[in-house]
Design a protein around this ligand. Structure first.
Ligand code: ZN
Length: 275
């Protein structure tokens, strides 16, 4: 499990950077979890303690226009969580922070934006333009985000504020981020969630697809999805992946694979390790 750390996007090398691990209740990954409905699909993947294992991951793309990072892990906001390893992952690859030219931020949850800033709230990737959907920026500045329990809006507020002050923020809805990297509007998990397409070969779904069962059942949203629009987003991403032969991977999805149409729905064909 959690193998395939290097992904090939049609000749563009990508690295899945592991920021940490998590074990969560299936009630979190599948909102309104019902043993009778979800159990037959989900139960075979449960650990002995009844939890689902997943990862926190970011993607590093070795693009011709320079290195592109998709999300930055939880950084200084890890607290008691087993996460915040992204800096060590970059060090392990011999990559300095200033080598990163572009950062795509899929959305404003802590495990994606926390690592954009240091303990002191200063941008980590000071040479990079940071692409964020304008609806995402607006949401995390809103009173709704400010009222989230546990001050869940703090990491986004700190990170986006620091990037804005540093002139590093670039509001982007969709289109080419670099020659090989496109951002795709994928709302629902959050209002301005972005997915990323690398070299027309690899689809990084961010948090739009978090579990392999989401492929057969895109209608089963998670407790972390802000909006049921994520169902339409998933179907659109899966259709594109199936029709264009894309490899699909994502932040919390523990495996990657290709999507095949099956009747009115989709099937997930996991890729074997090393592919
Ligand atoms: Zn996430």
């Amino acid at each position: 499990m959690f193998a395939n750390r290097v992904l090939d996007a049609g000749g563009i090398r990508c690295h899945v950077l592991i920021d940490g691990w998590r074990a969560v209740s299936p009630r979190f990954v599948f909102k309104g979890y019902d043993e009778a409905v979800h159990g037959p699909s989900v139960a075979p993947g449960l650990e002995a303690d009844g939890s689902l294992s997943g990862r926190f991951a970011a993607l590093l793309i070795e693009g011709a226009d320079g290195l592109v990072l998709v999300d930055a892990g939880i950084g200084p906001f890890a607290g008691e969580m087993e996460a915040g390893r992204l800096a060590g992952e970059l060090d392990g690859l011999g990559i300095s922070r200033t080598d990163i030219r572009t950062v795509v931020v899929t959305h404003g949850h802590a495990d994606h934006v926390g690592g954009l800033v240091t303990n002191d709230g200063v941008p980590v990737f000071e040479e990079a333009r940071h692409l964020v959907h304008p609806a995402e920026l607006a949401f995390w500045r809103s009173g709704v985000a400010g009222d989230l329990p546990g001050d869940a809006g703090e990491p986004a507020r700190v990170a986006f504020g620091a990037l804005r002050a540093g002139g590093l923020l670039d509001a982007t809805t969709s289109g080419a981020a670099t020659r090989e990297v496109d951002v795709i509007e994928a709302p629902g998990h959050t209002p301005g969630h972005l997915a990323v397409l690398v070299n027309d070969a690899l689809l990084w779904a961010g948090d739009a697809i978090v579990h392999p069962v989401n492929v057969a059942h895109p209608e089963w949203i998670s407790a972390a999805d802000m909006d049921a629009a994520n169902v339409q987003t998933r179907v659109a991403l899966l259709a594109r992946a199936a029709d264009d032969g894309l490899v699909v991977a994502g932040s919390h999805l523990p495996v990657q694979g290709r999507i095949r149409r099956h009747g009115a729905g989709f099937v997930f064909d996991e890729l074997p390790p090393g592919r």
